[in-house]
Design a protein around this ligand. Structure first.
Ligand code: NAP
Length: 284
């Protein structure tokens, strides 16, 4: 018997830890869409075959995570202009045998910041004019973030990464479309505080142990209007978030980013507005 059920899933290595099936499946079920969200563990050698399998008629597409967000680009038929600029795809949509690549991490971050009261809305776009963004990390997650922050018009962008050249390479790419001040550092201890600062942790520091990517003494330089966003969501309260809250700073973990990038992916696959409240309840 042929099933009418559509497939969609997460491509990555590893994927077992992911919270995506939880809230994506809840969204499909809530809208009565016959689909199953699966975990597709895919080592690098199997990536071309996995991408080819998305062309099957029963497949909506996929999410893509570590370490394949850049490697999938040449395997797709069309790349959305934002994903092409960022150089990373986290959402693949199957349309009539062709595969389209998108990046929902970047707009998802702005929606997450908006949910935490950071930035202003103008014509449905988030503006971070006048803000200073301090981004810790220069890997896959930082890529989307840096383009999102630059696009939202931050006045100053500080990229902090232990391998300085990686931050500099990312800065060189974003600089082409960005008129603000852009600085790269490899040592967070020299960070100076600016008003209206947003500090975003896009490193895994704090995920596996109780360490923090910022010395507490550095955090103490920042004013109470500073917002700290840790992309890590498991554990829910990292050392960085604890330090921030102890100093009275506003702070949030990465669940809101996971939610919003996933909701944008859902809409791309289905053409339907994502049931955000259902997804949030399943996730939190
Ligand atoms: P990645 O591509 O491996 O990049 C990791 C970055 O962190 C690199 O810049 C790396 O620096 C830096 N780093 C790694 N270990 C470090 C250490 N011990 N000390 C200082 N810096 C270190 O990883 P990613 O995909 O960007 O993910 C980063 C974090 O974001 C992870 O915790 C991930 O779970 C989280 N994330 C969350 C979401 C969400 O939806 N909330 C989405 C994506 C990612 P070097 O360049 O110097 O090696």
């Amino acid at each position: 018997m042929i099933s009418d059920k559509r497939r969609v899933g997460l491509i990555g290595d590893p994927v077992a830890h992911s919270y995506s099936p939880r809230f994506q499946q809840a969204a499909f079920d809530a809208l009565g869409i016959e689909a199953h969200y699966e975990l597709w563990h895919t080592p690098a050698l199997q990536l071309p075959m996995r991408i080819q399998s998305l062309r099957n008629i029963d497949c909506f597409g996929a999410n893509v995570t570590i370490p394949h967000k850049q490697a999938v680009l040449p395997l797709l038929d069309h790349i959305d202009p934002l994903a092409a600029r960022i150089g990373a795809v986290n959402t693949i949509v199957h349309r009539a045998g062709l595969l389209w690549g998108y990046n929902t991490d970047a707009p998802g971050l702005l929606l997450a910041l908006q949910e935490h009261g950071v930035g202003e809305q103008h014509n449905k776009a988030t503006s971070l004019k006048g803000c200073t963004a301090i981004l810790l990390g220069a890997g896959g997650a930082a890529r989307g973030a840096v383009f999102a922050l630059a696009g939202a018009g931050v006045e100053r962008l500080l990229l902090v990464n232990r391998h300085l050249e990686r931050a500099q390479m990312l800065a060189a790419q974003v600089q082409q479309d960005y008129a603000g001040i852009l600085l790269c550092l490899d040592d967070p201890s020299v960070l100076a505080a600016y008003p209206d600062s947003i500090i975003i942790n896009a490193t895994p520091t704090g995920m596996h142990d109780d360490s923090s990517p910022l010395p507490a003494e550095v955090l103490s330089r920042f004013a109470p209007d500073t917002f700290i966003y840790d992309m890590i969501y498991n554990p829910a309260e990292t050392s960085l978030l604890r330090q921030a809250r102890a100093r009275g700073l506003r702070a949030a973990n990465g669940l809101s980013l996971l939610l919003h990038q996933g909701a944008l992916s859902f809409t791309l696959w289905t053409g339907r507005e994502a049931p955000l409240d259902v997804m949030r309840t399943a996730l939190y």
